[in-house]
Design a protein around this ligand. Structure first.
Ligand code: LLP
Length: 425
């Protein structure tokens, strides 16, 4: 049988004439579980993780999966079993990690708006570190910890003011962003943290943005963080770890981000020069661990020739795949079983009642109603951002390992969606 991998997706290949996840035909999975259906390859997840592990070989580093990228329990379980820690941003994410078998001490808690209740719960669970994002948050966290008879381990998220050259909605390390403590305020914030009774300073962190495809912003941010570490330690406040955030991009449409191992070899070369190569490091990658490990299989419902535009209407929509509508993002769309015939140029759209509900524009496709297509690179920021808009149930999810498949999320029913609602009288 001929095997044709899709470029950038080594674990999704045509075996004969059908696209497979590892060894399982996507059409069989779609017929068994219905569509839209998210399908993840465990081998793709572990190979993305392995690239970071190679980059960190011989170094002290902890990989904390940024679970906002995909927080399904079955996905978290794979990363927990592989020894990852987790970067969380809410109390809900904390409960998910614990339910999936994550170790509390390997959790870091980021986010600009942690509530007192979330802080209390995280302290009680014994998380590894709070990544504090403002001076006001330092005061509240200390008070909450003192009241609970605990000491909160903290790192301050620094806004290094570097341009990651990515989409404005997902760049986070510029002066005008809401994230982190301004570079110029960092030392004062550390001095305050060190003086507060409920806090123990353990680290420093930054995160400059997402879908970064260039190594230069990482090297700049690294230099600026090391300058700060030197200043903070000179002021008598030791820092146990440096957390460098996430943000590494993936290939959606021929993008060429640096490989994780190559990037980290470069960053460590810089750190070695500056005498920091043997520090404890942490990172918070999300998209680069799961983005290209998942696809969304959808069925073609109707072909609708239009004036000046043809539409291919499918059963997945912006509530399942919100990235095109939100960021004008590109996802490759390929037929599961290519058929002969001349491709037609069309917009691939979903059934939701909004013109913004498109999944791909001006795609050349030879498909017929009833065909399955795979929306590629759908592992990150798709299911975790899915909604029930138009009272559409969220899709089912399947995890594939070799020739085995696990249904890790059942399709959501209308009854599931209405369960927590009540009539007024
Ligand atoms: N750490 C922090 C503090 C973050 O805010 C984020 C992402 C990450 C780590 C993980 O970044 P990654 O490695 O996944 O780039 N919904 C958008 C992306 C939003 C990213 C938000 N923060 C999208 O679909 O492109």
């Amino acid at each position: 049988m001929t095997l044709t991998s899709l470029p950038g997706h080594p674990h999704f290949a045509y075996r004969g004439d059908e696209l497979c996840a590892e060894r399982l035909p996507l059409g069989d999975l779609a017929r068994e579980h219905g569509t839209p259906l998210f399908v993840y390859s465990k081998a793709a997840m572990l190979s993305a993780l392995a690239a970071y592990q190679r980059g960190f070989a011989g170094r002290k580093a902890k990989i904390c999966y940024a679970m906002k990228a995909n927080s399904s329990l079955g996905i978290l379980q794979v990363f927990a079993q592989a020894g990852c820690g987790f970067d969380i941003v809410s109390g809900g994410e904390l409960e998910r990690v614990l339910a999936a078998g994550g170790v509390a001490g390997d959790i870091i808690f980021s986010g600009v708006g942690k509530t007192r209740a979330e802080m209390r719960r995280a302290l009680e669970a014994g998380i590894g570190c709070f990544n504090v994002e403002s001076e006001a948050e330092l005061e509240v966290l200390s008070a909450v910890a003192v009241a609970a008879g605990k000491v909160a381990p903290v790192s301050i998220r620094v806004n290094p003011d570097v341009d990651p050259k990515t989409h404005p909605y997902i760049s986070t390390g510029l002066k005008g962003n809401k994230f982190g403590v301004a570079h110029g305020r960092t030392l004062a914030a550390y001095q305050r943290a060190a003086a507060l009774p409920g806090l123990k300073v353990v680290g420093i962190d930054c995160h400059i943005g997402s879908q970064i495809t260039d190594e230069a912003p990482y090297l700049d941010a690294m230099d600026r963080i090391i300058d700060l570490v030197e200043a903070i330690e000179a002021a008598g406040i030791p820092l146990h770890h440096i957390d460098f955030g996430g943000g590494l991009g993936i290939s959606y449409n021929g993008d060429k981000p640096p490989a994780a191992d190559a990037l980290w070899h470069k960053l460590f070369a810089r750190l070695d020069t500056r005498g920091f190569g043997d520090r404890q490091f942490m990172i918070e990658p999300g998209r680069s661990l799961i983005g290209n490990a998942g696809v969304c299989v959808t069925e073609v419902l109707y072909l609708k020739p239009g004036e000046g535009k043809n539409f291919c209407i499918v059963d997945a929509a912006m509530n399942d795949l919100p990235r095109p509508a939100m960021y004008q993002a590109y996802h490759a769309i390929v037929p599961v079983k290519p058929r002969p015939g001349a491709p037609q140029t069309c917009d691939v759209v979903g059934p939701v009642c909004e013109s913004g509900d498109w999944i791909g524009r001006d795609r050349a496709l030879a498909v017929e109603p009833g065909d399955f297509m795979a929306v590629m690179s759908a592992g990150a920021y798709c299911m975790s951002m899915a909604s029930n808009y138009n009272t559409r149930g969220r899709a089912a999810e399947v995890l594939v390992e070799g020739d085995r498949a696990w249904l890790i999320r059942e399709r959501e029913s209308a009854a599931d969606q209405m369960r927590s609602e009540r009539l007024a009288s």
